[in-house]
Design a protein. Structure first.
Length: 561
């Protein structure tokens, strides 16, 4: 299948749940969870997991928890917690009263670790981190047992208590599960389950100086919350044996099962949280919500709708095999949504002055304009017209080729909703030779854009009245990367940053109906594309609009350079 093709969405997890319910394996209930780590903002890849976990719960009449995996105090912040809450709600999902943190379970997790020690299935290892890596072996060679592996239960309990009470330093000791150093699954070779981190936690403060590892925390948190289906991305498939080992060797209140699906890979996009953090910290973007970022807050500020993102996640389906989705699929979901729902307006991004010489100098009138060509229920608006208007610079050419159907000397075109005009004269700057003004005449009989004598014109231009237009800032955003697979593998994605990913136009004009626009309102600027009122910088007196998408996929100029 090519990157542009999407088959009928599949969801093998839905089939598993259906069979579990039919076979009465899960007591007639479905309980999922979305477990983000609060060490960054959510991105479009997380949206796939959010839609899957909350969607499965909704489909089967079950529940879905929001649980923050906050076991790494050095990287987690309350800011990220708040952003995650906002993003999940914005996507249209509600966890009701089921918001949890892994840190809620620190006392219980500590007791689980003590239970493993008492069973002789965990030990405190005093090897250094480098030695642990060396002893672990490779994918083709078994590991070696640590010289501290056979410490007595009492010694391990005492040392683990020393770790907890801060009497040992970071890196001096870790707690490891005692499983099998010769296992072909490297994750089962006595994995670390606790390490010392003398750093304050965003919720528990300085109460703890030891923190559990993800593999230990995740499965036990699922069991504590009575999760039935723990849905993870494919990189955790080899960890499933460890997930099951902890559940099978501890007395937990429930028995969850882990299932894996392929994570989202999107062309012209980086979804590695580490690489996204680099973009923010090194100021390649203005922040996590920069409209060029694939974060949900960035996509929202760019003008993406929650409905379009949910539709995209439905289209791509849920599979077990890694595939790369063309970003055009995401953009098409949005275009379809905005085409149906975005009201129309006129704006001129690079204005060229037009004086209609035979129109009264002080004259003005209001013309009727539909808010949506296919939806009369969206109503109409009044667009003011006057003697001086502005059109796009690109809509005029002094020496026009045969197939140029816009304005040129002696050529007649239609002004959208208004009149036919004909260019009579071109005014240029005496020093630079730049075209600064056009002198035209209009045909009063063509009001509304139709000629009573039936003559036709091939060009229709959008415009804004000088007297009534609102000066605006328009930000033209494009893709952040020039390569379809930027920095694939361990490569540096920053080598493929698009130097033309944003252009700021400060002299744009928009029609006066947009005075009443609110932050995050979306519009189709006729002939130009889809735009959104910037949620951060919106000012009705000096509006700021972000380009969301062009009317069609015009990508290619940058990628072919």
């Amino acid at each position: 299948m090519s990157e542009n093709e999407i088959s009928v969405p599949s969801n093998f997890i839905r089939k598993i749940i259906s069979e579990d319910l039919q076979q009465n394996r899960i007591e007639g209930r479905v309980h999922t969870r979305f477990p983000p780590e609060p060490n960054g903002y959510l991105h479009i890849g997380h949206a796939k997991s959010i839609c899957l976990n909350f969607g499965l719960a909704q489909e089967f009449g079950g529940l879905c928890n929001l649980r923050f995996d906050d076991t790494n105090p050095e990287k987690e912040e309350t800011e990220y917690v708040e952003s995650i809450r906002q993003d999940v709600r914005w996507l249209g999902f509600d966890w009701e009263d089921r918001e949890y943190f892994a840190s809620d379970y620190f006392d219980q997790l500590y007791q689980y670790a003590v239970d493993l020690i008492k069973q002789g299935k965990a030990y405190v290892d005093s090897l250094s981190a480098e030695e642990i890596r060396e002893y672990r072996g490779t994918l083709t060679e078994p590991g070696r047992e640590s010289p501290w592996r056979d410490r007595s239960v009492d010694e391990n309990l005492a040392l683990f208590e020393d770790m907890r009470d801060g009497r040992l330093e970071e890196g001096q000791s870790v707690l490891r599960a005692k499983i099998d150093m010769a296992s072909p699954n490297i994750n089962m070779r006595d994995p670390i389950i606790y390490r010392i981190r003398k750093a304050p936690h965003h919720r528990s403060g300085d109460r703890w100086c030891i923190y559990p590892m993800y593999d230990f925390t995740h499965c036990l948190s699922d069991a504590i919350e009575h999760i039935t289906h723990s849905v993870c991305t494919l990189e955790f498939e080899d960890h499933r044996a460890l997930y099951d080992w902890f559940i099978d060797n501890l007395e937990t209140p429930s028995r969850p099962r882990q299932y894996e699906f392929a994570r989202l890979n999107l062309s012209y996009t980086v979804l590695s949280k580490r690489k996204l953090i680099e973009l923010v910290k090194e100021a390649h973007v203005s922040g996590w919500d920069d409209p060029r970022m694939p974060t949900l807050s960035g996509l929202r500020r760019r003008g993406f709708t929650a409905a379009a993102i949910r539709d995209f996640c439905d289209r791509i389906g849920v599979t077990k095999s890694d595939t790369r989705i063309d970003i055009g699929v995401l953009e098409n979901s949005l275009r379809e949504d905005l085409d149906k729902n975005a009201p129309r307006a006129m704006a001129v991004l690079r204005p060229l002055k037009v004086v209609i010489e035979n129109y009264p100098e002080d004259g003005e009138e209001e013309l009727e304009a539909a808010n949506h060509p296919q939806k009369p229920e969206m109503g109409s608006r009044k667009v003011p017209f006057s003697r001086v208007i502005y059109i796009e610079q690109d809509d005029f050419m002094e020496e026009a080729p045969k197939k140029f159907f816009r304005l040129a000397p002696g050529r007649e075109v239609r002004l959208r909703y208004a009149y036919f005009i004909t260019c009579q004269e071109v005014i240029k700057d005496e020093e630079t030779g730049e075209i600064v003004e056009l002198r035209c005449r209009y045909d009063p009989a063509t009001r509304g854009g139709n000629a009573p004598d039936g003559r036709k014109v091939k060009g229709t231009l959008h415009w804004v009245s000088e007297r009534h237009g609102i000066k605006s800032e328009v930000r033209l955003y494009d893709r952040l990367f020039t390569a379809a697979h930027p920095g694939q593998g361990d490569g540096d994605s920053k080598d493929f940053l698009n130097p033309a990913s944003v252009e700021i136009l400060r002299d744009a004009l928009v029609e006066p109906s947009l005075k009443t626009a609110q932050a995050e309102d979306r519009f189709q600027f006729e002939r130009l594309g889809y735009f959104v009122a910037d949620k951060n910088d919106w000012d009705p007196l000096r509006p700021v609009f972000n380009r969301t998408l062009t009317l069609r996929d015009t990508w290619g100029k940058v990628s072919k350079k």
